[in-house]
Design a protein around this ligand. Sequence first.
Ligand code: ZN
Length: 434
Amino acid sequence: MNTMIKNADILTMDDDFSILKNQVICIEDDRIVYIGEDEPFFFLPNRIINAKNKIVMPGLINSHTHCAMTLMRNRSNDLPLERWLQEGIFPIEANLTYKDVYSGAMLGIAEMIKCGTTAYLDMYYIHEASIEAISSSGIRANLSYGVSTSSKVKELGKQGAEEYCKNFILNNRKAFKGRLNTSIEVHSVYLVDENELILSAQMAKDTETLIHIHLHETQTEVNNCIKKYGMTPLQLCEKTGILENKVTAAHTVHVNDEDMQLMKKRKVIPVHNPSSNMLLGSGFADIPKMLQIGLKPALGTDGAASNNTIDMFKEMHITALIHKGYKKDSNAINAKQVLTMATANGAKALGFDNCGMIKVGMKADIAIVNTDSLNMSPYHDSVSALVYSARATDVDTVLVNGEILMKDRKLLTIDEEKVKYEALKSAERLYNLH
Ligand SMILES: [Zn+2]
């Protein structure tokens, strides 16, 4: 399938942060093959998208979520993380079925596509259900799998569970024309013991896989780790070999200068989740300082149960504002940095080296954003408009791997009403059991 986008004002998100006006983009199958002012004679399009008065940008990348947690949206708020997990979330998750995870994941994916998100990094259960949702919806994702999840240990024994994890990681990598990637889940240093940290580090090394972990989320997590191990969670990750791998670390709220330097030395990618950190009263990650010392933070929503949407436009807006206010410095972080976190840095956080930018050779993961809404008018500057004025409802068209997943705000691969109905049925069943 050949797709041509005409009249495109492109925010490329390339290394030079180029902004190109009135361009033609040609997409052959899943890749961008041409960007220029004129329609190339060699390219015969099967379909044409007119992007006049719209911004063409890389799809947003949600670098930390638990997609199927949409089922638990608005069910337990106003609690700190530990009580939120133990009282509000774990008892519900204990009864999850394949169908529940599928319906929750479909709802999350539908919401993300409508908000211009084209890829996400996921940590959850019953991965096969998420894979079915990813396969049918057309979105890009990286799924994290734990080395010895308790249900698999019960079913297959410890060694069997490790073998299952390894096969999961290797067999699903690059599936669906490269839309699916895999990573190793290390939930956190409070739910995973030292031996399993060592095991996870070794598995990541053996399979050359990135590790996805919650790290330094709350002061309690850090205090308990120091009490138990005599070191911070990041130092424990260094000791157990976790940091010898590529690591994408969600939250990193309570990190001291030494921890930050360790992240820099080991090229850890921190993922900022400001809504979740504020909702659970966890605190503010010092993203401006991380940027200053050369870290490359990405951006995520966390699960819908601690946000309570999975809207990356909202997350960008919050990120751009809270640090200025908290630091009393209007230049603590700027719109360019926030957009980079949500696109190019996100691609690295998910282990995809071929998306996050609009460039020849890159995968065609694209969001096309309307500029004619009241909240975007008068339209001057794409960078400021996207971060400070845009709403998710301004996203008009979304492509992943060259396939159109949303056109004129209509989802093409997902039946929106059916997805809402099935998620409601699953949520009702889970909460009636409880
Ligand atoms: Zn999380």
